[in-house]
Design a protein around this ligand. Structure first.
Ligand code: AFP
Length: 338
């Protein structure tokens, strides 16, 4: 079969009436920026890009040089095309307006420019996550409140994983599709159309070092997975944890599995670890479009009404039947508590 480039795929989506020209351009621009991030990450120590930037982001986390570089690449690439009303990033407290000298579009773009950045220095996969919303009608200077739309309203979501291969996974709400970067040609090429995540799995991802801080239903659920064949689940489970959400999610998108970043006593005050607008929502959209499920342990992620640009939430996502079991345990425990 003839390879399908990302551009060809976008043109076909436009012809099918699933996206408009502005959204198509937006995805092209983001993909182009991610190619530049891939080049920067691939250079490693030779590019002088490893290590700390010596600054902190809005979350109080130390920024890596590549966090800052990736953020700048995405901002710069998206400033002048006329497809955006504003963008927001993990690395910036407030949304970034489009400079006055450029035309404005009708879309809002949010991104985590380099997720998993603590893995960069040890040469483990990192990635970019992004989500696209429509700018509310009549809003000319979008502020944070205009981004606070539930995940169900996302027009597009995607991530790029910078691993042994650079891979883009994308959804417009009509299935989840994967594109692999052909480095020689310099273009993303469709590698899997309409990805399906199996409903059942025997592989889970969680940071086990937090176990003693988890809530009771999470303790119960993971305890049962660890008990294996002899336990109530009657089968052995395997565990993986890359600590780059993009890489952990990409494994699930490739062979199924489940990913958990639950609430625990250490992060309870913050509401969770992962950010709703540019981590949980786009990943939940991608996973649901591939037939999986995504909840906070209590509620469907995509239905949450966000209250802050950098708000954090617990994240349970992946193979549907397994997420249902974990979510059921939480809802049941809440019910028992009255
Ligand atoms: P960094 O970008 O600071 O490395 O955080 C990555 C992340 O947000 C997400 O990609 C991982 O799944 C999660 O944090 C890992 O968290 P732990 O370090 O607590 O395992």
């Amino acid at each position: 079969m003839k390879p399908v480039s990302l551009i060809q795929f976008l043109i076909e989506e436009r012809r099918a009436g699933r996206i408009n020209a502005e959204l198509s351009l937006l995805i092209e621009v983001v993909a182009r920026a991610c190619k530049r991030i891939a080049v920067a990450t691939n250079k490693g120590a030779l590019g002088g890009v490893l290590g700390e930037a010596g600054t902190g982001n809005i979350q109080g986390e130390a920024q890596k040089k590549l966090d800052v570089i990736s953020n700048e690449i995405l901002l710069e690439a998206n400033a002048w095309g006329g497809h955006l009303a504003a963008c927001a990033s993990e690395e910036m407290e407030d949304p970034q307006p489009i400079p006055d000298m450029y035309p404005k579009g009708n879309h809002l773009l949010m991104f985590d420019p380099l997720d998993g950045s603590s893995n960069i220095d040890v040469n483990i996969s990192v990635g970019t996550i992004f989500s696209v919303l429509r700018c509310p009608d009549g809003v000319v200077e979008p502020r944070a409140e205009h981004f606070l739309q539930p995940g169900t309203t996302q027009l597009a979501a995607g991530y790029v994983v910078y691993g042994p291969a650079t891979v883009l996974v994308l959804t417009f709400g009509h299935g989840t599709h994967e594109f692999t970067l052909d480095r020689e040609v310099g273009s993303f090429t469709l590698s899997r159309r309409d990805i399906r995540i199996p409903d059942e799995t025997a592989e889970f991802a969680i940071n086990m070092s937090n176990q003693r801080h988890w809530e009771a239903p999470m303790q119960r659920y993971i305890g049962e997975l660890l008990a294996g064949k002899e336990g109530p689940r009657g089968k052995d489970f395997n565990m993986r944890w890359v600590a780059s959400m993009v890489a952990d999610v990409h494994r699930i998108v490739t062979r199924g599995g489940v990913f958990y970043y639950p609430l625990d006593a250490k992060i309870k005050d913050k509401g969770g670890k992962l950010r709703i607008m540019y981590e949980a929502n786009p990943m939940a959209f991608i996973i649901e479009q591939a037939g999986g499920a995504a909840t906070t342990g209590r509620q469907r992620i995509l239905e949450l009404q966000p209250t802050g640009l950098h708000q954090r939430v617990p994240v349970f996502l992946g193979s549907k039947k397994e997420i249902e079991v974990a979510t059921h345990y939480h809802v049941e425990a809440d019910g028992a508590q009255g």
